[in-house]
Design a protein around this ligand. Structure first.
Ligand code: F58
Length: 814
């Protein structure tokens, strides 16, 4: 096998082992003999960090002193995953680390596993931000990720004895966290509330309270680029002194109230996914990190200047708004320019509009944030004034374009009682992009149609991507070695389109067999992982079929579980002969938002189907179903490489892009999916014959809505569906309790907004095709290999290059 040449590193194994020992001694204060895996993890992490410092400094000074525009990626979420292995890879220290820890008496895997995964994001949007900052650094583009260091990340998920989801707080900072450096000397003051008064003809905001935003810096090393960028996550601290007077009156809790209020701002990540949460604390969080970041960027690019020339600001940095969450940054930059730096409105507007761009990640109207004007007025009175003025200017501009009153009415940013953040972002920035070709088209045709008609040049597409470093190299070392062998180079890790070179090898049966062997080894490894983490015994001689993503009705986990139930019934009834049954293991992984009733009930149903099916001797060895708890990045890195069949079965027109679909294709799974989000582009690239397509198209869905959709009709028409629904209704999966899933069943039969029932027959039918192909391992693996070979487009490096060209108009440092 061709050896992967690690990037040159200045240290030997012996030196790196010494550096770890030094950290153990001087910062961990344990001897090498006393050290546990957790100690070595911290020590090694700090040692790696030290290796990155010089490149980090140089990147920062080149960024500030050069004339390459930087990127500021504003995101309420960065779902980073474990850091150590990634930092080692990008710093070119993997081999030294492996040998050094062995020398210290440990297995590398135990050290890497000792890291606690930070969960500072909900799902796709947060993970995308993490992939993008990895790619920015790898491409050598100077960039900041700006966000919040939540004390509590996404909740930890377990299931109770009835299969219900239980959420427990995830206090990830309970463990020593060697990556973030808290920099008390680069703090920013962020203020809230109060009122706006006029002083000498000028508006002056007199806030009621302030919090101290303190940055925690994470280095973001590029792969083989020699560049290290910064992820700056803000944590909230209180300015208020402890109120001694109140304390002396024995009212201790009242005395600490201001601290508690301030520090609450960065306490918890909202565990919502694609649903709106109109909570005051959330707006406080959004403003908190955006205000601190804007002031920080000015500090960084105009160091020590009391009166900087901020008309040059858009040449220094461009801000990408990751969904609507940071959009309050638009009026905030206006306020900073006008109130703090005395610019006139028009100059401020020109700077602001040039500086911001907006990425939309949804097609669900309810997920576009709308804030009550009263709430903004209370919390940010000056910003509400600015927003109103932006809206006036906007309406004038539209009139000037000859747009009719009814259209203007629909487009208003400020409606009199609320503020539409997506509209503010679209008007207030230079570009708007969707996250897959279909999504961007639907934004133009439907969601933001009026805007696209009025400002066609603003709209563009950047199809999402994922980082091949984490999701191929680290997650799937076996496949990585095979790719390198096949291509004769490891350059594909920074130029993923090179995977195309594998296409001819799909005709080489020996290579395909090696590919199949890698998949089987990954399945074997996952069996061990599943035993260790979940205590389950998975049969590796079955088709590994996976559906992992947030639990949402539009993603249609219901469709999958109904098909599983139908299959179970067919085996039980003997409708399929034993010979015709292809043994399958179905894995689900999904967190539901804590307040999302039907989503939580779906989890409970899956768990109970799992209990019934897995304990039924009649189906043993033929069908098994697992709802794996607490889906996170670590599970993804282990499960995706082991998966053979991936489920991307959302209702057409609802999944903006999906990024799991890309990870699976790149790891050699075949996809069963609808024409939705990036599935469309994946199928185009890997070839229709290498993708299991089923279900209605966007147009067919629209037609059904228009004609009046009746799910009961589908229930009556397909006996397989009828039987599956009946088994849920009759208590088969609830110990005879017919009420247990009544709300879910009622929803399916009377409403079924995402048309699960309408797509059921097509989905059930295509299973036959899937199973037929799987019986021919060589053909299956040939197609799976072609998925890998043709998915190079879905690297986040390519996405970032698209952003550079279409939106940011900048590039790597010289
Ligand atoms: C996801 N959105 C999209 N939102 O659903 C998915 O299709 C896309 O691939 C991905 O973004 C990346 O573009 C998403 O993950 C959230 O998690 C938000 C969190 C905060 C509240 C609103 C939803």
């Amino acid at each position: 096998m061709t050896e992967i040449t690690a990037p040159k590193s200045p240290v030997t194994t012996a030196e790196f082992a010494d550096e770890i020992r030094e950290q153990l001694k001087y910062t961990q204060n344990v001897t090498a003999e006393q050290a546990t895996a957790a100690d070595v993890y911290v020590a090694a992490s700090k040692a790696v960090r030290n290796h990155l410092v010089d490149s980090w400094f140089k990147t920062q000074s080149d960024m500030v002193n050069g004339n390459t525009k930087a990127v500021g990626y504003f995101s309420a979420e960065f779902l980073m995953g474990k850091q150590l292995e990634n930092a080692l890879l990008n710093a070119g220290l993997t081999e030294q680390f492996d040998e050094a820890v062995k020398e210290l008496g440990f297995q590398p895997k135990d050290i890497v596993d000792a890291e606690y995964e930070p969960g500072l994001g909900n799902g796709g949007l947060g993970r995308l931000a993490a992939c993008y900052i990895d790619s920015l650094a790898s491409l050598g583009v100077p960039a900041f990720g700006y966000g919040i260091q939540y004390k509590y990340g996404i909740f930890k998920q377990t299931f109770d004895e009835n299969g219900k989801q239980v959420e427990t707080p995830d206090y990830w900072l309970n463990n020593e966290e060697p990556w973030g450096h808290i920099d008390y000397n680069r703090d920013q003051k962020v203020s809230f509330g109060g009122e706006v008064v006029e002083e000498n003809g000028k508006k002056v905001w007199k806030p009621a309270w302030s919090v101290r935003a303190v940055p925690v810096d994470y280095m973001v090393p590029g792969y083989e680029s020699g560049r290290v960028n910064t992820l700056r996550l803000w944590t909230a601290k209180s300015y208020d002194e402890f109120d001694l007077l109140t304390f002396n009156k024995s009212e201790y809790l009242d005395a600490v109230k201001p601290q508690v209020k301030a520090e609450n701002i960065s306490k918890i990540l909202y565990p919502e996914d694609s649903t709106k949460v109109g909570k005051e604390l959330r707006l406080e969080q959004q403003y908190f990190f955006v205000s601190a970041s804007l002031h920080d960027a000015i500090r960084v690019f105009y160091p020590g200047e009391a009166k900087p020339d901020l008309t040059t600001f858009p040449n220094k940095i461009t801000f990408q708004l990751n969904d609507t969450h940071p959009v309050i940054g638009i009026p905030e930059l206006m306020r900073i320019l006008i109130d703090e730096y005395d610019y006139d409105w028009d100059t401020a507007w020109s700077i602001t509009q040039k500086t911001f761009n907006y990425t939309c990640h949804t097609l669900l109207p309810e997920a576009l944030e709308v804030w009550p004007a009263s709430l903004i007025g209370e919390l940010l009175p000056r910003h509400l004034e600015i927003i109103k003025k932006i809206n006036e200017q906007f309406e004038d501009e539209l009139k000037g374009k000859g747009i009719d009153d009814a259209t203007i009415e629909r487009m208003r940013i400020y409606t009199g009682d609320s503020v539409r953040m997506a509209y503010l972002a679209t008007y207030g920035g230079s570009y708007v992009n969707g996250v897959a070709a279909l999504h961007s088209q639907l934004l133009k045709d439907v969601t933001l149609k009026d805007f696209s008609d009025a400002y066609p040049d603003k709209f563009t597409n950047v199809t999402n991507g994922v980082t091949p470093r984490r999701f191929i190299k680290l997650a799937n070392p076996g496949l990585s070695d095979l790719i390198t062998e096949g291509l004769g180079t490891d350059k594909w890790l920074s130029n993923l389109e090179l995977l195309e070179g594998l296409v001819p090898l799909a005709q080489d049966d020996e290579f395909v067999k090696k590919f199949a062997a890698v998949k089987n080894a990954n399945k074997h490894n996952f069996v061990a992982f599943a035993k260790q983490h979940y205590g389950i015994d998975v049969d590796e001689n079955t088709l590994f079929n996976t559906m992992v993503k947030r639990l949402h009705e539009y993603k249609r986990q219901s469709l999958k579980i109904l098909a599983v139930i139908s299959k179970y019934a067919a085996i039980k009834n003997g409708t399929v002969s034993a010979d015709d049954i292809l043994p399958r293991t179905v894995f689900f992984g999904a967190k539901a938002a804590p307040g999302y009733y039907l989503a939580k009930m779906t989890i409970e149903l899956i768990n109970n189907v799992s209990r019934v099916v897995n304990n039924d001797p009649d189906v043993k060895g033929k069908l098994a179903v697992y709802m794996l708890p607490n889906y996170n990045i670590e599970m993804a890195q282990n499960l995706i490489p082991a998966t053979e069949l991936d489920e991307q079965i959302s209702q057409a027109g609802k999944e903006a892009s999906g990024t799991g679909n890309m990870k699976f294709a790149l790891n050699g799974a075949l996809t069963v999916g609808t024409l939705d989000g990036a599935n469309v582009e994946i199928r185009e690239r890997v070839g229709a014959e290498n993708f299991f397509l089923f279900g209605m198209t966007v147009e067919e869905v629209e037609k059904q809505y228009a004609d009046g959709y009746d799910p009961a009709k589908y229930y009556e028409a397909d006996p397989r569906l009828k039987q599956a629904v009946n088994l849920v209704a009759d208590g088969t999966f609830s110990n005879g309790d017919r009420n247990a899933y009544a709300p879910l069943v009622a929803d399916w039969l009377t409403k079924d907004w995402f048309m699960t029932l309408a797509d059921f027959s097509a989905y059930a039918d295509i299973q036959g095709e899937i199973e037929q192909l799987y019986r021919d391992p060589l053909e299956w693996n040939r197609k799976a290999l072609l998925n890998v070979a043709n998915s190079g487009f879905f690297s986040s490096d390519r996405s970032i290059e698209d952003y550079l060209e279409r939106i940011w108009h900048t590039g790597p440092l010289a």
